[in-house]
Design a protein around this ligand. Structure first.
Ligand code: SAM
Ligand code: DTB
Ligand code: SF4
Length: 341
């Protein structure tokens, strides 16, 4: 969807916007279902990159210490625990710029993925930059989805990260798509961006062909010691609007209400679900930051009469739309990732 369409939607009176997003949601998804996804930081801290929101960058004194890659045994224990608690997706994150074929750490990750993928949950990984070969190996090892966020608009990205570019992010997404992986790609609100930046980000994401399988919408969790530590909290109603427009722009994607839920009231989260969010990160911790307690989330879902989604580990990745690939709507995004009209 192009920017002018997105901004027209965004500026609708809130109730009208939500009526529209609700209608799209009902046409594509079971009405009352939320997917529970557990995150685990398998390699924490010490990252070479300078993403100014991130506590795991080695450049900032955030109090997060660099750790080694967790052992497969410890990861399996956490994955089994997540499954027993009702998670149907297990997402493993690593504080790396990227991974490379033939390195010991990538071989270890492939071995870990092979075992986790036997547990019947969807397996997601987020390891930074990928080449074509790395993406293929992850697919073969049993990864369902690759999480790589564009995080903000192409214009605002250089104000937030200088050690890699927006185009680098798109290239990795393209490699994941080409390998047949589902792509999980979203961003963060609260990085000092404008509403225009948020919608320019969504213009890029909604232009992907194939479309992303899931779109995480994070609200910045200001991390002590990072350049954005004092940024103001995102207005919860802006988050609701963003979720509603995302639901309309990419009807078939899971929209994941991601980081920042500890700062939201139950009522604000309820509005996010009503507007089209149908997945959350579940468990007391995100990667390094806090998340609502699992019991609290289960109580909220029960109060709202929301069921949890069944796992779909054999989920097929969204397919390329050949018509759209032939007439790309967003040429700038098209140079590195196929774009859909
Ligand atoms: N290193 C990999 C990468 O950058 O893609 C994977 C891990 S990185 C922590 C995954 C995502 O977490 C980021 O792209 C960003 O969207 C989100 N994130 C990181 N720190 C955050 C924060 N303080 N608040 C909200 N979201 C955050
Ligand atoms: C995503 O979009 N959000 C998750 C997941 N993908 C990897 C990460 C949120 C991280 C929040 C900050 C932290 O825990 O350090
Ligand atoms: Fe490293 Fe990812 Fe954090 Fe950037 S967001 S500093 S790449 S872990």
């Amino acid at each position: 969807m192009i920017y002018t369409e997105l901004i027209s939607l965004y500026q609708l009176p809130l109730f009208e916007l939500i009526e529209r997003s609700r209608a799209v949601h009902k046409a594509h998804w079971p009405d009352n279902e939320v997917q529970l996804c557990t995150l685990l930081s398998i390699k924490t801290g010490g990252c070479s990159e300078d993403c100014s929101y991130c506590a795991q960058s080695a450049r900032y004194k955030s109090g997060v210490e660099a750790e080694r890659l967790m052992s497969k045994e410890a990861i399996m224990e956490r994955a089994l625990h997540a499954r027993a608690n009702g998670s149907t997706r297990f997402c493993m994150g690593a504080a790396w710029r990227g991974v490379r074929m033939g390195t010991q750490r990538f071989e270890q990750v492939l071995d870990i993925v092979s075992d986790v993928s036997q547990l019947g949950m969807e397996v997601c990984v987020t390891l930074g930059e990928l080449g074509a070969e790395e993406a293929k190996s992850l697919k073969t090892a049993g990864v369902t989805a690759y999480n790589h966020n564009v995080d903000t608009s192409p214009e605002h990205y250089p104000n937030i990260v200088t050690t890699h570019t927006f185009e680098d992010r798109l290239r990795t997404i393209r490699h994941a798509q080409d390998a047949g992986l589902s792509v999980c790609c979203g961003g963060i609100l609260g990085l000092g961006e404008t509403i225009e930046d948020r919608l320019k980000m969504l213009e890029v994401i909604s232009g992907f062909n194939p479309p992303p399988e899931s779109i995480p919408i994070n609200a910045l969790m200001p991390m002590p010691g990072t350049p954005l530590a004092e940024n103001p909290q995102v207005d919860p109603l802006d988050l609701v609007r963003m979720i509603a427009v995302t639901r309309i722009a990419v009807p078939k994607a899971k929209v994941r209400l991601s980081a920042g839920r500890t700062m939201l009231s139950e009522e604000a989260q309820t509005l996010c679900f009503f507007a089209g969010a149908n997945s959350i990160f579940y468990g007391d911790k995100l990667l390094t930051a806090k998340n609502p307690a699992a019991e609290k989330d289960l109580k909220l879902l029960a109060k709202l009469g929301l069921a949890t989604q069944a796992p779909d580990p054999a989920m097929l990745a969204p397919q390329v739309d050949p018509c759209c690939a032939a007439s790309p709507a967003i040429p700038s995004a098209c140079e590195t990732t196929s774009s859909c009209c």
